[in-house]
Design a protein around this ligand. Structure first.
Ligand SMILES: *[C@@H]1O[C@H](CO)[C@@H](O)[C@H](O)[C@H]1NC(C)=O
Ligand SMILES: *[C@@H]1O[C@H](CO)[C@@H](O)[C@H](O)[C@H]1NC(C)=O
Ligand SMILES: *[C@@H]1O[C@H](CO)[C@@H](O)[C@H](O)[C@H]1NC(C)=O
Ligand SMILES: *[C@@H]1O[C@H](CO)[C@@H](O)[C@H](O)[C@H]1NC(C)=O
Length: 321
């Protein structure tokens, strides 16, 4: 009854007087869900307590009406603190329902009523997303993978980054379900690194990360002969290497003999050692193999061959640098 009566009085009074800037210090307050905001006023405390003081929401909803008793709206129990000398109001634990307009009306003793309005904008806070990281072996050119960026609550803006750079869709990267899913098809060795999903609202952002390695190779082996010219009766070493993850194992084939290991030694080159050596690199995880040939020739052989051999070696060395 008290509330209805005082509200009626306030509304009547307000019809005549309420207008202008009002006594609330800001026109618009912003706060995030769960946070606290304070509506401060420029009211100077009077010597006598105010006759009545009321805060309302969206025109009709009582927040608090304070006369000789306080009537607090059900939504506001335990969420507000009112400074009865200035009318300042603290509103705690904001929710989206608090979005809207707030009005303060104060009826002082023997003075004109005091009034103010302001708006409150409650911003949505995003929570930390989760991203499941693939646990299976990711093999270049074979495996496709989906990364899911999941977050509780409302649908925030989502953006994906790789090693700190924004990801855009191309022939291997696609985005689905409002950027919730990043699909990589197929994976490539250049995908090794850190993927990050950034969910954001106007108020805050949160991220989730996933790092993985893409297994690949072996690439075509590179064979280096030292010394580059083989003389009969001298020693020669053939070294084979190939880019691969995990590291490749190697074997050599010369005529019908197989030798394991990346390095092939010939202590003393004889005519029977000349010919084509094949190095094969094998990656046990990708299950792939790659081979290269090397023709071991006598360096006293015709110049043309030596020159082409030199060029080849230089190219290999340049490639290795
Ligand atoms: C804030 O509001 C939510 C939802 O109404 C409630 O579950 C939570 O207990 C409140 N927290 C506090 C600190 O009052
Ligand atoms: C309060 O008013 C605003 C617009 O001024 C509206 O968006 C909001 O839904 C209203 N809230 C309630 C709980 O009535
Ligand atoms: C996430 O997105 C927000 C909004 O676009 C941006 O301000 C923030 O810098 C981003 N954070 C990261 C780690 O990329
Ligand atoms: C290897 O080199 C020798 C000497 O130049 C040449 O006669 C021979 O044909 C080469 N073998 C192959 C398979 O290229």
């Amino acid at each position: 009854m008290d509330y209805i009566l005082s509200s009626a009085i306030l509304v009547l009074l307000c019809l005549g007087v309420c207008s202008g800037a009002g006594v609330i210090n800001v026109d618009l307050l912003r706060g995030a869900e769960g946070q606290t905001v304070t509506f401060t006023t420029s009211v100077t405390p009077a010597s006598q307590p105010f006759v009545a003081l009321t805060w309302s929401f969206n025109g009709t909803i009582n927040v608090i009406t304070s006369t000789n008793v306080d009537v607090i709206g059900p939504e506001y129990e335990n969420r507000i603190n009112l400074d009865k000398s200035t009318g300042s109001l603290v509103l705690k634990n904001l929710t989206q329902r608090d979005n809207g307009e707030y009005e303060l009306i104060i009826i002082p003793h023997g003075a004109e009523q005091i009034q103010g309005t302001t708006k409150l904008e409650v911003m949505t806070k995003v929570s930390r997303p989760t991203m499941a990281c693939p646990t299976e072996n990711l093999i270049e050119g074979k495996t496709s993978v989906n990364l899911y960026c999941d977050v509780d609550g409302f649908m925030p803006a989502r953006a994906w980054m790789k090693d700190g750079k924004p990801l855009v869709s191309d022939d291997r990267f696609s985005f689905y379900d409002g950027n919730r899913v990043l699909s990589i098809s197929p994976v490539d060795r250049s995908d090794t690194g850190e993927f990050l999903c950034n969910v954001s609202s106007d108020f805050n952002f949160e991220t989730a990360k996933c790092s993985f390695e893409v297994l690949y190779g072996p690439d075509t082996p590179v064979i280096v002969q030292t010394p580059t010219g083989a003389d009969l009766e001298e020693g020669v070493t053939l070294s084979c290497s190939a880019d691969s993850l995990p590291k490749a194992t190697f074997f050599w084939r010369f005529q019908n003999r197989v030798t394991h290991g990346p390095v092939y030694y010939i202590n003393d080159v004889e005519d029977e050692n000349l010919g084509v050596y094949t190095c094969t690199a094998r990656n046990a995880v990708t299950g792939l193999e790659a081979s290269a040939d090397h023709n071991l020739t006598d360096s006293s052989a015709p110049i043309r061959t030596s020159v082409s051999m030199m060029v080849c070696t230089v190219l290999i060395l340049v490639g290795l640098v």
